[in-house]
Design a protein around this ligand. Sequence first.
Ligand code: ADP
Ligand code: ZN
Length: 725
Amino acid sequence: MIASVLVEIKSKCLDKNFEYMIPDLMRDTLQVGMRVLVPFGQQKLEGYVLKIASEQTGEYELKEILEQIDDRPVLNQELLEIGKYVKDITLSSLSSAYSTMLPRALKAKRNNTISKKYETQLTCSIEMEKAYLRCKSEAQKKIISLIEETGIISKKIANQISSSAVKTLIKQGILKEEIKEIYRYQIGLLEQESKKELNKEQKIAFEKIKASLEKDKTILLHGVTGSGKTEIYMQVIEKVLMEKKQALVLVPEISLTPQFIQNFAKRFSSEIAVLHSGLSDGEKYDEWRKIMRGETKIVIGARSAIFAPLNHLGVIIMDECHSDSYKQENSPKYHVLDIALFRSQYHKCPVILGSATPSLEEMARAQKGVFELITLQQRVNQNPLPNCFLVDMKEEIQKKHPILSRMLEKKIEERLQKKEQIMILLNRRGHSTFIQCSACGFTYKCPHCDISLTYHKTNGNLRCHYCGYTIYQTEKCPKCYEKSLNYYGLGTEKLEQILKERFQNARIVRMDTDTTKKKEALDKIINGFQNKQYDILIGTQMISKGLDFPFVTLVGIINADLSLNIPDFRSGEKTFALLCQASGRAGRKDLKGEVVIQTFNPDNKILDCVVHQDYEKFYRYEMQIRKQLKYPPYYFLAQLKLKGKNYEEVKKEATKAANYLKKKLDPTSILLGPTTASMFRINNIFHFEIIIKYRFDSNVKIAIKELDQIFLLNRNVTFESDLNY
Ligand code: ADP
Ligand code: ZN
């Protein structure tokens, strides 16, 4: 027997299957989708078995497989096909597609050291009543009673009660030892909560979704913040489980808070597997195997969980479907929605997209009838949406209120007195984003990148937010040695300090990537704020999504212009989503909410739509701009990147690539560039960009594939493409 093996070779894109003899020893056990170790030149490499056949295709002499790594396939039939699909839509290699899909422990890579975890457990080998009668001490009784409760306990826990009691019970044949494989990640047992009575709007939505179960349909559930989308998801899942099928729930990474997972665990006990970047490699490995073995009914996870190997999918839910965390930024640059649609067809199950602010692409597809649109216009319990106020910061600066406007300050004061909670969004971390010497004009810049360094007061250093370059802050200007350094630009760290000085009795906590490097730190902040240990939560966009705090009645947005000014055609859409999401945190339960938005552009159309929470108006306005400027959803956008250490060479190659494309593309397609990318130099690598806007042009894909091949041979310039930019 012969196996075709996709060998994991370091050099990129070498996507070749090689044939190997299957030794007699593996004949009965080796299956397609398993990993094997094979000889490759002088090396031994891992690879995936993609085919098993009785005869070889070529005439050359075959080597034997050295080792079978898995005892069951890591890639099942569906995953094997998804990999080919990912390769096709992203133009990546098949091996990088499989590598992206699998958790680290199951990738074909050398030196994988993550292993299964085992534990010695104790069970009772005689009848419970008899066991009790034979107990000679309180400790022995306690151990027996614990086993009576759950049927089995870990020996470690029993030893904590009394190791001598454990020894005696085993010696007397009352307890039996067993070595069992255990899963590292545990949600823990939570008190179960029953489902809520759906309100009228929710019920209509639920019925419509129910009618689509068992169909490969996509539903866009457009519901304002707090309209109870999560409750609908849970009731749909309940229905799916009753049909003996499984559910896949995807959320943006930062919404994967303990809050969200616990809500599901309270409803569905322990039938849940969780997959996100907060888990260790060992935990992910265990969760993945639990899913593979069919021991789980619901998977909740971030982007890569879309590949979870559930065999009886009944529904796929993408919460906050507009989130850009659903797009992978590294190759293969896939979008979760494309994979979801693929799996929906494969399993004949619906995809539910939920959001208060769907992306224009999603809404346009719903308007065209490609997706079914279901709208929830009201908050649960008919709570009104919060009142929004815009504050013109140009005036506030004149009145010497450059950071906290008078209105926001007054409203914070009122909330503190009423013991209600406040959230303040500032989408920029650190202390000061810009330091300048007033004597000589010196500024700190990253020597490797194209940006100024951000000052972090807590550690007393200056850091590049792109490459991590760090230097210590000095009191004197490093150029003219004067003590005249000034700090400009506001980050969350400085804002925290300012608020602490201004509201000295308030309990303030900050949530951004600097304060939540450890997973436990994030849980602590969220739980602390939920339990009212804090009055004010300051944070970056991390605080805007998914969190549900009933006592928050005021949301302040410090600099709404930050995201408006990002050079990206989606900046309007992103700002609208961010500010609506953040506003949606106010007044979620019984208390009325208010939102104060500070800006230097009070006439901005997008901000006006946020203030009126008017998605329809935003949609019409933004679609018109996209149409005029020929952007998605009217055109597809492909982004090509060329990178290298030598500026002149990258520029030359980028120009050549653009000229090549001009010849190949359909005249209806539009080619822009090459230009220097918006972050021109990162870590001493120069970036050039080419954009293609196209509608119906099959040459785009062909031409990019050809460029891919050409640049494979170029050692100095790398070429990357994103067909779905
Ligand atoms: P969304 O996801 O649309 O922003 P959530 O699902 O988080 O909204 O719901 C907001 C709040 O309302 C939650 O605290 C949720 O428990 C509660 N809720 C949802 N549906 C109902 C209902 N039918 N009856 C009572 N409370 C509900
Ligand atoms: Zn840098």
